[in-house]
Design a protein around this ligand. Structure first.
Ligand code: NAD
Ligand code: UGA
Length: 453
């Protein structure tokens, strides 16, 4: 099928490359001429594992093209996907101007009976509003607007697209649902479940899913705080509760607060939609505040651990591992607070390009050990694999001080203690453990028993 995708960001590029891989003839368009020029040379402007290779392959196979001339491309397409940004506006509501502008621009050029598919994350009711905009631009209603929210995660985008837990199609009339079923037929035949519903439900599914996932993170972060007071271990608690099949183990890792381009903005939009429609979302309102306070609380923890004007190494600035994305990353709150407190900040991230543009008053290093050289405190802020396997003896040797704050709980504290570091994770005891002779579970139980009630 001939498909046009508007937006060559994380979602637009993944969608374009994967739909081409499923055999469709895809043209991906963006208004950013430099981005398109780079993509035409198969240079992918974002870091997403496997994406560059897939794009090169699909270009070579002739199934994927890039252009800035969306209106020209749209003429022959049976479906046009909108994958443009939907950032937060100043009030926390969602800014739909990119979606509206793209729809208005493209609608007059689409062929009759084509489907305009909203893949961007949009508040409930948007597809119906866009339908009205599209109808106004045509002589008769011959284009349907459908909703097809995207659930991929950055860092595992290709797998999430190709092996999705489900595909959600929101359609208010059968024709557009049929087109989307045909587009996704190769995945449906492989057993990916389909949820076909009305556009308003599809839009709500997307927001409710992100809000619930974010709530789990907020909850486990609060449990981590309690563990610290009681001498517990949040990983052991998460393991124990996650084994209940009704709960499951995913999204129960304590961390420095959720970041990224989606959870923060989507929780704000969900709360704001609730307020606007007289159906407040108090859980989500509290979560948003808790998540912001957590980043500030952890910045203060670093400041308290460092000597005045001390040197701090921050390992990881991306909002999570395997991406270069720093949108609403914990680092963007924490690092400026440390600079403001007069600390000397040294940073490392394996994919630092976006962060370099946003963080000032800091020094960047090519390696984690380079950043840690002479540091009083080292902080693991992103769970990159290379930090999991850090040579802790070398880290300890490189540092001036001994404090290692692990805000992702990815470093074995016994190994850290054996290397001479003073380890502090999240939601676990600040004290370095004695080299283990007993099993892990036993030592956790012993500390819980020994801690004050
Ligand atoms: P992004 O900012 O990386 O990319 C958006 C792109 O759209 C930009 O390159 C921009 O130049 C382009 N654009 C803007 N207006 C355009 C127009 N009229 N025509 C063509 N291109 C235009 O955004 P993203 O991270 O890919 O997110 C896109 C949407 O998908 C958002 O609504 C987001 O919430 C949602 N989403 C994102 C993710 C994710 O992991 N990033 C996952 C699921 C859903
Ligand atoms: C998230 C959702 O997981 C996707 O399903 C969704 O499509 C996407 O948002 C979106 O709507 O854009 P993403 O933001 O790429 O994907 O990354 P996640 O893996 O969900 O992580 C989000 C944040 O939560 C990160 O800062 C991560 O470090 C944090 N997190 C995640 C935790 O602190 N603990 C966890 O257990 C999981």
């Amino acid at each position: 099928m001939k498909i046009v995708v508007l937006g060559a960001g994380y979602v637009g590029l993944t969608t374009s490359a994967c739909l081409a891989d499923l055999g469709h003839d895809v043209t991906c368009c963006d208004i950013d001429g430099d981005r398109i020029a780079a993509l035409e040379r198969a240079e992918v402007p974002i870091y997403e594992p496997g994406l560059s290779e897939l794009i090169s392959k699909q270009i070579a196979l002739g199934r994927l093209q890039f252009t800035t001339h969306a209106t020209k491309a749209a003429g022959g397409a049976e479906a046009v996907f909108l994958a443009v940004g939907t950032p937060s506006d100043a009030s926390g509501d969602i800014d739909l101007s990119y979606v509206e502008a793209a729809a208005k621009t493209i609608a007059p050029y689409m062929q009759s009976r084509a489907v305009l598919v909203i893949k961007s994350t949009v508040v409930a009711g948007t597809a119906r509003r866009i339908q009205a905009l599209v109808d106004a631009s045509r002589e008769r209603r011959d284009i349907a607007v459908a909703s097809n929210p995207e659930f991929l995660r950055e860092g595992s985008a290709l797998k999430d697209f190709m092996q999705a837990d489900r595909i959600v199609i929101g359609a208010d009339e059968p024709g557009s649902e049929a087109v989307l079923r045909e587009i996704y037929a190769p995945l449906l035949m492989r057993g990916v479940p389909l949820v076909a519903t009305q556009t308003v439900n599809a839009e709500l599914i997307k927001y409710a899913a992100n809000a619930l996932l974010a709530l789990r993170i907020g909850f486990i972060n609060d449990v981590a705080n309690l563990c610290e007071k009681l001498g517990g271990d949040v990983a052991a608690v998460a393991d124990g509760i996650g084994r209940d099949q009704r709960i499951g183990p995913a999204f129960l890792s304590a961390g420095p607060g959720f970041g990224g381009s989606c959870f923060p903005k989507d929780t704000r939009a969900f709360a704001s939609t609730g307020r606007r429609h007289g159906a407040p979302q108090p859980l989500i309102e509290a979560l948003i505040e808790q998540n912001e306070l957590r980043k500030q609380m952890l910045a203060e923890r670093i400041i308290d651990s460092a000597p005045r004007s001390g040197r701090v190494a921050i390992l990881g600035t991306s909002f999570k591992a395997n991406t270069d994305d720093v949108r609403e990353a914990a680092a963007l709150t924490i690092v400026p607070m440390l600079v403001e407190a007069g600390l000397d900040i040294h940073l490392h991230d394996p994919q630092p390009n976006s962060a370099k543009r946003l963080l000032s008053g800091v020094q960047w290093h090519e390696s984690a050990l380079g950043a840690a050289k002479g540091a009083d405190v080292a902080v693991v802020l992103t769970e990159w694999d290379e930090y999991r396997t850090l040579d802790l003896a070398k880290l300890c040797d490189a540092m001036e001080g001994r404090a290692l704050l692990d805000f992702r709980n990815i470093i074995d504290r016994e190994r850290a203690a054996a290397a001479g570091l003073s380890y502090q994770g999240l939601g676990r005891s600040a004290l370095p453990l004695q080299p283990a002779k007993r099993g892990y579970g036993t030592s956790v139980m012993a500390r819980v028993a020994a801690s004050p009630a």
